[in-house]
Write a protein that binds this ligand. Structure first.
Ligand SMILES: Nc1nc2c(ncn2[C@@H]2O[C@H](COP(=O)(O)OP(=O)(O)O)[C@@H](O)[C@H]2O)c(=O)[nH]1
Ligand SMILES: [Mg+2]
Length: 324
């Protein structure tokens, strides 16, 4: 999705990324795939009792009711058609369904915009990882040769802005920040004017996760969207909603709320390292039908991975190997 340079990584780097992804998803693999395997190996026949245990395993892995129902329906249909007779075929069907659920077409305007900077707004509730993710994204975009400007519009958390500034400046990107307590829309307006004046390729906007009330926050975000659109045609080109995987099904509820108010175009699921609830990625994608763009797999600046449905499913199902 990066427009300036191809993100095709060299093979060596790709292999390293995949290994890191697999390590980060270890607990989720244990909670999802290992449980499915346990069910499949407990019985000879693919009978109703096995299917019920399978359903329990999927629900227990935070897939949520909808995603689980979709998978179970498909397996029942295939079994009735005698297209599924073995554990191996059940496993393949689950994998296929999981892959399909997280393969969602991109409907954002990123590729169609002409001239002017791209504007990406990063939204989500407090503590999900917005500021950290903005820093990671800025570093990555700058590294890939994009003139990158960060707009620190969360004027409620001065300490977080300091941390962000360090990361952004180290990566060679620019940052525009408002005074503590300043109007976020005014800060955004200034940042966009600066981006146009400097010929920036992309502006990443960090936003607050909490105002006095949730409806205040939604109104503020909506106002920021309008300000962006008035300053730069077509902006914001992306509204990226950050969800903390460790909050499991709760993340889904937050997502619904932001969706209504802010017109989310993509998801970033953070903290997939060290949680067993990574199955929520399938549940969220299945329900919201919004593409996952990036996933966070750690607190470091390099711990942001461009999402690939293939790699995600493969890393969950791959045989565990010794460290490489
Ligand atoms: N383990 C882990 N921690 C993360 C990840 N992303 C963010 N964090 C941590 O989550 C905490 C809150 O992050 P912050 O960016 O301030 O959240 P914000 O309130 O949404 O801006 C910080 O301690 C981050 O280091 C991730 O992918 N993995
Ligand atoms: Mg923040």
């Amino acid at each position: 999705m990066f427009f300036k340079r191809s993100t095709r990584e060299p093979e060596e780097k790709k292999a390293g990324l995949f290994a890191r992804l697999r390590t980060a998803l270890g607990a989720t693999k244990e909670n999802l795939v290992a449980q499915v395997e346990a069910v499949l190996s407990a019985r000879e026949e693919i009978d109703e009792a096995l299917l019920e245990d399978l359903e329990g395993a999927l629900l227990g892995a935070d897939l949520g009711v909808r995603a689980t129902t979709r998978i179970m329906n498909e397996i029942r249909v295939l079994r009735n058609q005698q297209a599924i007779r073995t554990a191996e075929e059940v496993r393949a069907a689950i994998k296929r369904q999981l892959h399909a659920m997280i393969t969602i077409p991109d409907r954002s305007g990123t590729s169609s915009s002409v001239g002017g900077p791209q504007v990406w707004m990063v939204v989500g509730v407090n503590g999900t990882g917005k500021t950290t993710t903005v820093g990671k994204l800025a570093a990555r975009l700058a590294q890939e040769g994009n003139r990158t400007l960060v707009c620190a519009a969360d004027t409620f958390r001065a300490a977080a802005i300091e941390q962000l500034t360090i990361w952004v400046e180290r990566s060679g990107a620019d940052i525009i920040k408002g005074r503590s307590g300043a109007d976020p829309s005014a800060v955004l307006h200034d940042a966009l004017a600066a981006a146009v004046a400097r010929g920036s390729d992309i502006v990443i906007v960090d936003t607050a996760g909490r105002l006095h009330t949730r409806s205040n926050l939604m109104q503020e975000l909506d106002k920021m969207r309008r300000v962006a659109g008035r300053t730069i045609p077509g902006a914001p080109h992306e509204v990226l909603l950050v969800i903390d995987a460790a909050t499991g099904q709760n993340g889904l509820m937050q997502a619904r709320e932001f969706l209504k108010a802010t017109g989310v175009t993509g998801l970033i699921i953070t903290k997939l390292d060290g949680t067993a609830k990574g199955g929520v990625v399938f549940g969220i994608a299945q329900e919201l039908k919004i593409p996952v763009r990036f996933i966070g797999i750690g607190e470091g600046i390099d711990d942001l991975v461009e999402f690939s449905a293939e790699d995600f499913v493969d890393s969950l199902f791959s045989e565990t190997q010794t460290a490489d």
